[in-house]
Design a protein around this ligand. Sequence first.
Ligand code: BGC
Length: 862
Amino acid sequence: MKHTPRICASAEHRTEAWRSIGRATLGGIAACGLAGLAALAQAATPLPDSPAIESEAAALLGRLTLNEELELLGGVDGMYTRAAPSIGLLRLKMSDASAGVRNWGPSTSYAGGVALAATWDRDYARQLGESLGGDARARGVQFLLGPGVNIARSPVAGRNFEYLSEDPFLNATLVVPYIEGVQSRGVVATVKHFALNNQEFDRHNVSADVDERTLREIYLPAFEAAVREAHVDAVMNAYNLVNGEHATENASLNLAILKGEWGFTGLLMSDWDATYDTVAAANHGLDLEMPSPRFLNAAALLPAIDKGLVQRATIDDKVLRLLRVALRYGFLPSPLKPAAPARIETADSAYSIADRAVALRGALESLTLLKNDGPLLPLDRNQIKTIAVIGPNAYPAVTGGGGSSFTQAFDPVSSLSGIAEFLGPSVRVLYDPGLPGLYDVFRDTHWLGPVTMATYRGDHFGGTPRLATVNTIDNAPQEGLSEPDPNPRSIRYHGRYRAGLAGRYWVLATASAWDGDHLDVFVDGRRLAVPIHVEAQIPPAWPITLAAGQEIDVVADYLPRFAGVRSGLGIAYEPNLVTARAKQIAALADATVVAAGFTKDTEGEGADRSFALPWGQDALIEAIAAANPRTIVTLTGGVGADTRAWLDRVPALIDLYYPGQEGGTALAEILFGQHAPEGKLPVTFDRSWEDSASYRYYYPAGDAPRPGAITHVRYDDGLLVGYRYWTSKGRHPLFPFGFGLSYTRFKFSNLKVPTYASSRGPIEVTVDVENTGTVAGAEVAQLYVSDPSAPVERPERELKGFVKLRLEPGETKPVVFSLDRRSFSYWDMNSHAWTVAPGKFVIRVGDSSEDTPLSAELRVTD
Ligand code: BGC
């Protein structure tokens, strides 16, 4: 195969070249090397299903013994399928996922997940998919374990940042080009987590109990589009249960819907250790147990087959699916499609300047300006002699959230370095993290006398402990302690603390259920909330109020899961948390950026997170805003955080989501007006957690679940997720879904909707959008459909179309939306099918779920 380099800039021009690639692609012009990339895509594109593939797969299956077949039902070495040497099938390599290729070394880290959704850009979704596919190929990866498309039902769900949005149409629309992009590079995309992984707390035991209509209208459309439109070749089942059955054993989801109704012909794999039963998983659709066959193995399956509990044909079908995919992608040498070229010959580069431009594009398109009083932004770089960049998220770069999606980024650009590089040496850039680190707090906590540390054998704090005294509780995490402790211990710390001044204090700790350790903290015998089953701070952090001179008794019960000790505990007086230097540099700067929000340590897979910002950040923002009225707050995180303490005191707020490795560069370009912000919220930004649509239905009623017991979460918020709730109730969140400011203004006019139309469609709706401001910018025209005459209750409005467009100042462009039958349908519980109720519909167009200046009626006939 001819080598087609992906790096299209010569070394000398690299730095500038990659930036201009980014800008060129934003303008709709494809990146350099187009011809080369097209050739590559052709070479890599999988073959479609065909009778020839089917007969070859059947022939290969015929050559396998039953034992060899069973071998293929489980993974190996963490990230591989197993090989079948007798037919030349090598083991196939996998990697996570949505925001970069996580495994097998450093990689380009992109604006993925919720940041991708904030771009509202199908072209970027395609380009992201292609880049991820290329990155995967360059690492010899055959299965990319993404995208994740679960609905952002609650702002505290730990993996929202990895997923897309709260809206099924937006998810379904973006997932198609994304998957097509990945698969066009000869890499199998794996849409996940099927289905209803909308929470992280107790994720192995939680049952998402949902009614049929809500399932169909809200939670399944993105999976359906992935299968039916994008022809995704792998699906990953979720950890959780759905209506009382584990996803990996859920016949209704896996057999009736996915493989039956949607005709999925690819491979259904489990999430890692998400298989819980041999016969149920085998019979109810699971094809591959990852990462190893604890249940789908010969020892368990052979007797089940002998007893007639599992049919041989069921096993054959699973293996056929793997063979079919392997043949279509050329993972298995065959005359139909030669094996994919060996890594050295691929045109994909592990380090790619072109991909860096894609990462910049994603960050530029996703950063969302939520508030801009004054307007303070854009800042005039000629007026800025000194700028202060403050906050825990200013440096190092916060590229992604925590867990299996976290990518070790190449050259990540922090907000601090992005701003400093943009401004150059003539501007003074002052930096301070603003808050102490966690371990600084542990070390600086002055206990009244020594703390006793009692270590008990076993995990029950029973028997005679080994006693020791310590001055501080600050055992730093030790590397390499990933094996469970073979000799379980329980450790009780006991100390006394005296509050010098009256006010709010933070009790801060490490060790959490996050990594399997467990820590309970008691103040004067009262237990502070356990952070696993409820919305809570990670690492654990609890505010308490103390009187001047008050003494408290603090007990920390710690159950280490690993051989080493990783516990830490400290108490900090909130008014003293913010560093003096941060306040000083803010006061003397011409403008200040406070980089706040979540990070991979405070938001990630395996636990939900708090709606409140991590400890100390409210106080930091308040203090900096008091020191400098020209303060811009940036937030990282999946969408939503409590801003009530300070929002009315800061003129500007930008949501960065997790912007990938080029976030700092994009932020600087936006702050100084080189690029007008264009991101739009893909998730409603609530005022408070209690205010959010899912609040009353998100956690199971009653106490924290017993370990291992099934917890039922009833999705009684039904269809009213996110903006569907707010608009149906006629109330207003802090910032609505679809909202985002620009440096220019747009005017919508000339809405044309036919008076009558058949629901069979396609129905054309047109509108003109004009840039009435003085700078170029991008706008997302959003179309919402209302069905006021429906015989069933429907959300007040639902997104059914969107178009992103770029406009020069004064320019007007027409936008064409195409509606089809699904645009008007609801899921009918009687016929168990999509149904249109003919009659009056209202079409609304605007640039957020709440700001729809144009509307028109349409009568839809059957
Ligand atoms: C995650 C999956 C991921 C897998 C492999 C699991 O913990 O839930 O999304 O693909 O690990 O890393």
